[in-house]
Design a protein around this ligand. Structure first.
Ligand SMILES: C[S@@+](CC[C@H](N)C(=O)[O-])C[C@H]1O[C@@H](n2cnc3c(N)ncnc32)[C@H](O)[C@@H]1O
Length: 311
């Protein structure tokens, strides 16, 4: 995995070109480019689907991207999500007992990462923070918070808009779990001088903005937490990356580390079947039946990169 460290400002480091250069393009997907008419039709279909399935970040993202960006997103996700997963310390116990249901219609943009992804998130925290560190997890359908507590972290707070999830997490002894919507003002008791904030927002410019601004409302004045933000970066498109970089810089923060493809989020079999059916219908409609007989171009998983932000 190519990790790059960026000592410069966020504006210099967090760019579309830099992110794209960390991905491995897939030739077969690039061979699709250059057919303007098919591209136009495909775009119309994706826009239609995005309006009907607003819970799918993947469709929203593709509907916003131009054709070149869409190919780039596709090849990025294909390259990162199809190969073997990076290693993780398998002795770390990951709980999966408070899961919200996951099907085709996802609530609150929830899509679970693998257990090994949760372990890798923990390893990135353990490498830097002591068990006494004050940690806030902003949105935790992946259940990183119980793993932190089980490994001796004593100061962990988790907030989420999903009451079902928080009801489950509240049963974990030693974990402070509260229902909170990031678009609203927080209860004063939640505002603290956190040292680390972990978040996995919806993979769009709006999603990042909502989580970034919402998280800052939970931070006591003068505190300068480190952020571990997970994002399928290329999905933001060029404009979204620019907007995110600007917001980060406006807070006096910079991207200090970028780890491509650290986490993986498998689609449910139902969702995967839905995407395949959509793709098959499009292949027939566009007179490209060879796409049906070749290897499927629908990734089985989404993958996200880690952005470490420091101020
Ligand atoms: C946004 S999801 C992860 C995104 C996902 N990996 C994707 O494919 O886009 C992470 C968590 O954030 C929570 N969440 C979503 N919107 C929220 C909000 N407005 N306030 C607080 N938590 C929210 C969800 O319930 C979920 O548990």
């Amino acid at each position: 995995m190519d990790t790059f460290n960026m000592p410069e400002s966020a504006q210099d480091g967090l760019t579309w070109e830099r992110i794209v250069s960390a991905t491995k393009p897939v030739a077969v997907i690039h061979s699709l480019s250059g057919d303007a008419q098919v591209a136009e039709q495909a775009k119309a279909w994706v826009n239609w689907a995005a309006r009907r399935f607003p819970g799918s970040s993947a469709l929203q993202t593709l509907s916003r991207a131009n054709f070149h960006e869409a190919l780039q997103i596709w090849s990025d996700q294909f390259a990162k999500a199809e190969g073997p997963e990076p290693e993780a310390d398998r002795s770390l116990p990951v709980r999966r007992d408070f899961l919200p249901s996951s099907g085709f219609f996802r609530a609150h943009h929830q899509l679970l990462c693998t257990e090994d992804s949760v372990r890798r998130r923990f390893e990135k925290i353990r490498a830097v923070f002591s068990p006494a560190a004050k940690i806030l997890i902003v949105g935790d359908d992946d259940q990183l918070s119980p793993l932190l507590v089980s490994q001796g972290f004593t100061n962990v707070t988790v907030i989420d808009i999903d009451e079902r999830l928080i009801r489950g997490l509240a049963q974990v002894q030693g974990l402070r779990a509260r229902v909170h919507d990031l678009t609203q003002d927080p209860q004063p008791e939640l505002i603290d001088d956190y040292e680390l904030i972990v978040m996995d927002p919806p993979y769009s410019a709006e999603g990042i903005q909502m989580f970034w601004q919402g998280a800052w409302r939970l931070v006591r004045a003068n505190a300068r937490p480190r952020f571990h933000l997970y994002c399928a970066s290329v999905c933001l498109t060029r404009d979204g990356v620019r907007q995110a970089a600007q917001q980060i810089q406006d807070r006096g923060y910079r991207l200090s580390e970028f780890v491509p493809g650290l986490c993986r989020y498998p689609y449910s079999p139902l969702t995967h079947a839905g995407f395949r059916a959509f793709f098959a219908a499009a292949a027939v409609a566009f007179g490209r039946p060879r796409f049906l007989t070749g290897p499927t171009l629908i990734p089985k998983a989404v993958s996200s990169d880690l952005w470490v932000l420091e101020g």
